[in-house]
Design a protein around this ligand. Sequence first.
Ligand code: NAD
Ligand code: WQD
Length: 333
Amino acid sequence: MNILLTGGAGYIGSHTAVALASAGHAVVLYDNFVNSSRSVLAALQTITGAQPVCIEADVRDTARLAEVLGSHSIDAVIHFAGLKAVGESIEKPVEYYSTNVQGTISLLQAMQATGLHSLVFSSSATVYGDPQYLPIDEAHPTSATNPYGRSKLHIEEILADCARSDASWRIACLRYFNPVGAHASGLIGENPNGMPNNLMPFVARVAAGRLPRLRVFGNDYSTPDGTGVRDYIHVMDLAEGHLAALDFLTHASGWHAINLGTGQGHSVLDMVRSFEAASGKTVPFDFAPRRPGDIAACYARVDKASDLLHWQARRDLATMCQSTWHHIQSSST
Ligand code: NAD
Ligand code: WQD
């Protein structure tokens, strides 16, 4: 199939491009590089052996999108493009709603104009808010506590309305848990601009000596060791989940929300210990107060992905940490 990846130069998009290319699909990246680097294109060429096709443009440019969908005979779209930093979304809500919600509406208009109806959307476990029970299944009530999460919820609802209005739509909203790790080559991975917000890139930079110490936000949660528990999933497993979702949409119509996680929870201290084992380095840390807005624990029920997509995560915590370590050693950020 010919697949358009909006936000395809980003962290998850670039890994998905590799998984799609190795399964024989033709991939077109569409990205404005607001949160990624053009150097990803050379890395993708080295990994896949082919020069990636990349359109540099904004998802809010509906006319450009429609032109690209038509000229590349696109069969399905994976919509990664968006802004994703929770704290920044509280400071800049208009930018977040514009990029995430307006960007998705622009994509839907371009798809409607070209008669294309297969869409995989990057949603997030953030749509579950503070979990009422664990593991979290897809029937868990949804809520949002910040503009980023609310943008994902709005988009999911807009997509569900589309599917209700027209039976041609085939839409999978993939609710990612905590993506970490990197491609085995080390050539692509997560490269946050400035100070990392997320745990794994921060731990990696401390292990590499680029940041002095980790702050562990909270050691008084009601979890086994008092630190926050999350469902960390290897980004290549996540990438393969998109392949499975595209396959699913070839025979399923309507709107589907599906968790992509491992089903396992790991604490901040579990992550620190695993990273120390993978890197052979010490990760010095201090306990700090809880981070505002954080929840104690969050992990997925993964039966729906297994039943509908015939997909499950295969890579363990050691592989997640080893690949992150390999990537950070081969990158300068
Ligand atoms: P990323 O920032 O690395 O990738 C997003 C890409 O979209 C970047 O390359 C960026 O340049 C591009 N982009 C942003 N605005 C654009 C615009 N207006 N037009 C065109 N391109 C634009 O982020 P990621 O971690 O790869 O996340 C991909 C998607 O998955 C996002 O929608 C994010 O909200 C979602 N998600 C990410 C996580 C996570 O922890 N990484 C978890 C759940 C959901
Ligand atoms: C994980 C754990 C922290 C940094 C966020 C978004 C979510 C989704 C994924 C997009 C928590 C602790 C972290 C640090 C720490 N993104 N931590 N010290 O908060 O689960 O999810 O990214 O959709 O929407 O909210 O991930 O990696 O930030 O934190 O102790 O320096 O690590 O408190 O327990 P989170 P995270």
